[in-house]
Design a protein around this ligand. Structure first.
Ligand SMILES: Nc1nc2c([nH]c(=O)n2[C@@H]2O[C@H](COP(=O)(O)OP(=O)(O)OP(=O)(O)O)[C@@H](O)[C@H]2O)c(=O)[nH]1
Length: 154
């Protein structure tokens, strides 16, 4: 094989690798009611992490920007129409040990609720909690870390 062909083969392989997901990007929203309470979503029992309380959100789809994915997920899950510039990044947390799947990296944004009705449109339940109440909810490990950042005193 000529050098030029080897280079071409290498470039093709690099392109394939670029498209193999090595981690799963999840976006989530810490939504405040402006009076010290935050919206949490309890996952339906049959899902991964079923019965645990999380920040609403979901996976970023192929060719989607994280912020756009968050706006889409919040509309689908809560029926709340946010503009992309109404959410601000707060923290991220990454899984180090994942089972037989790419590890999850969660990017947490925050926003303030505008008072319009919200409901758990895709199952599970939603409720508003004070930070000390969120501490005692059953949550996935990444949310414990995200919460620490969200409620950290400056
Ligand atoms: N939305 C959200 N997901 C979280 C959080 N913490 C956490 O570990 N996860 C995990 O990240 C993954 C997100 O997947 P998802 O099921 O919510 O996303 P999705 O609706 O886009 O996917 P699906 O259509 O495959 O169910 C789940 O395994 C979920 O348990 C969190 O605070 N918010």
């Amino acid at each position: 094989m000529s050098t030029a062909d080897r280079v071409k083969k290498g470039l093709r392989a690099a392109k394939v690798l670029e498209n193999i997901p090595t981690w799963t990007c999840v976006v989530a929203l810490a939504l405040s009611d402006g009076k010290g309470r935050w919206l949490m979503h309890r996952r339906p029992a049959h899902k991964h992490h079923g019965g645990l309380w999380e920040f609403p959100g979901g996976k970023v789809e192929i060719e989607e920007k994280p912020r756009d994915a968050l706006v889409r997920e919040i509309d689908e899950e809560l029926g709340l129409a946010l503009a992309p510039e109404q959410v601000w990044p707060v923290a991220f947390a990454e899984e180090t040990l994942a089972e037989a799947r790419p590890p999850i990296v969660i990017m947490l944004y925050r926003s303030v609720w505008d008072g319009s009705p919200v409901e758990a449109r895709e199952g599970g339940e939603i409720a508003w909690f004070a930070p000390r109440e969120i501490e005692s909810l059953d949550k996935p490990p990444l949310d414990i870390e995200l919460m620490r950042h969200l409620f950290a005193k400056p």
